[in-house]
Design a binder for this molecule. Sequence first.
Ligand SMILES: Cc1cc2nc3c(=O)[nH]c(=O)nc-3n(C[C@H](O)[C@H](O)[C@H](O)COP(=O)(O)OP(=O)(O)OC[C@H]3O[C@@H](n4cnc5c(N)ncnc54)[C@H](O)[C@@H]3O)c2cc1C
Ligand SMILES: NC(=O)c1ccc[n+]([C@@H]2O[C@H](COP(=O)([O-])OP(=O)(O)OC[C@H]3O[C@@H](n4cnc5c(N)ncnc54)[C@H](O)[C@@H]3O)[C@@H](O)[C@H]2O)c1
Length: 467
Amino acid sequence: MTKVVIIGGGPGGYEAALVASQLGGEVTLIERDGLGGAAVLSDCVPSKTLIATAEVMVRIESARQLGLHIAAADVADVVRVDLEEVNRRVLELARAQSHDIKQRLIQEEVRIVSGTARLDGGSRVVVGTGEGEESYDADIILVATGTTPRELPAAPCDGERILNWKQVYNLTEVPERLIVVGSGVTGAEFASAYDGLGCDVVLVSSRTQVLPGEDQDAAAVLQKAFEGRGMTIMSQCRAVAARREGAGVVVTLADGREVHGSHVLMAVGSIPNTSGIGLEEAGVELSPSGHIVVDRVSRTSNRNIYAAGDVTGVFALASVAAMQGRVAMWHSLGDAVTPLDLRLVSSNVFTTPEVATVGVSQKEVDAGEIRVASMLLPLGSNARSKMQGFTDGFVKLFCLPTTGIIVGGVVVAPRASELIHAVSLAVAQRVNVDDFSHAFTVYPSMSGSLAEAARRLHHREGAILTN
Ligand SMILES: Cc1cc2nc3c(=O)[nH]c(=O)nc-3n(C[C@H](O)[C@H](O)[C@H](O)COP(=O)(O)OP(=O)(O)OC[C@H]3O[C@@H](n4cnc5c(N)ncnc54)[C@H](O)[C@@H]3O)c2cc1C
Ligand SMILES: NC(=O)c1ccc[n+]([C@@H]2O[C@H](COP(=O)([O-])OP(=O)(O)OC[C@H]3O[C@@H](n4cnc5c(N)ncnc54)[C@H](O)[C@@H]3O)[C@@H](O)[C@H]2O)c1
């Protein structure tokens, strides 16, 4: 039996364990905190659960424009957010999810070891369990140790007022005025969520526009939506320090200005968990940022050692981590394997509205990396959108000009995360715009706009006819 030892029980680690077990490996998974990893216990699952509550508040707020009268000037006077209860639910749900994953792994006969692991060369893993050390021989090792929130030296998180995104669930009351530092996906999602919960939010953004890594047409819609709801966005501002003062916090910006609030959430990126675990000693190459260098089948520079997930810096998504983990096991255990293809990855920013993307990006198109025909259709003219009182979003499709094959798309809408799947399927299956538009969509529906965008990119005799 091939001995597989996996370090890290997040999606990169536990999905790999399931595949390795299915392929007949003797699998040991070592995790120091809890199964499901940061994805389930502190990052992805808790934040999306909090956002689910915030979304309901936003919907109640927007009920007025649908002809429903709320008997108060401020929704907060009618619906009280009990953040302690909300956070209790968030954490209970995360723990339950972690429990389910653990049960599944046990059922698949994965040996679970609780402790902190480090490599001892390329074929042994040593685990500190609190009661001593244990060591495990391995034919194959997978490192899936994830990342840790980056902290500014002059803004140390105290878990009470100066918070990272793992600490916000300690809050028992909605902050009066929350300063969010960083307008990447994490910053934007929390800014949107707390704004929805009725908090006064100040977003400190180092760039000209929120979501610098995302489609810029989408980011512009989101920035407008945030500002329309009364959020303060301080663009091109870098925070250099944060301190507690009285019952609040003060954030100092690089230009010397100070921003006052009741709490601050630092969302300034992450650093990989690669130091002190014996990687360099085992001949595993790290990038200048400290991430593990891997190829498309998750191999590192040591042929016995594979790596998956955020620790590789390839694309920090739970879905990508899981796929990298599975690919590593398919490859190392001799099963059929398709190398990871980032062109097929769909992702979603869970703001109000949501921003979902798949495949080719506008940035690649603008940089001349790929030639495409594109169509952006505002949802303002979509009947279903109008009925629901949503008019700000859009759908965008990219197709190859010679064949009409759909290679990417963007959706900015409520539940964009669900709508993008049709585009994702088209990208994966190389569907062309005409075949895509010939599939019936429900009337009225927002997905009708995706079909309409494809219809407007009609492919004929090797060219795209647009209207
Ligand atoms: C706020 C936030 C929201 C997010 N939302 C989404 C989302 O909606 N959708 C999405 O796809 N992605 C989301 N992500 C990204 C997603 O959480 C990560 O891509 C995912 O967690 C990566 O999985 P992983 O297995 O690489 O690492 P992790 O989930 O970080 O798991 C790594 C595990 O390794 C363990 N570990 C580390 N070192 C050791 C050691 N030496 N010994 C033993 N165990 C160790 C850690 O305890 C941890 O449990 C979000 C990220 C953040 C920060
Ligand atoms: N919905 C999702 O799938 C989801 C949610 C959250 C995170 N993620 C993943 O995690 C990755 C990382 O996202 P992130 O937002 O945590 O990190 P990030 O590194 O993408 O963004 C951090 C932002 O903070 C800014 N920043 C850094 N220092 C600053 C300072 N001193 N002052 C002001 N701004 C500063 C940076 O310029 C950057 O824009 C994402 O790319 C995504 O893949 C996914």
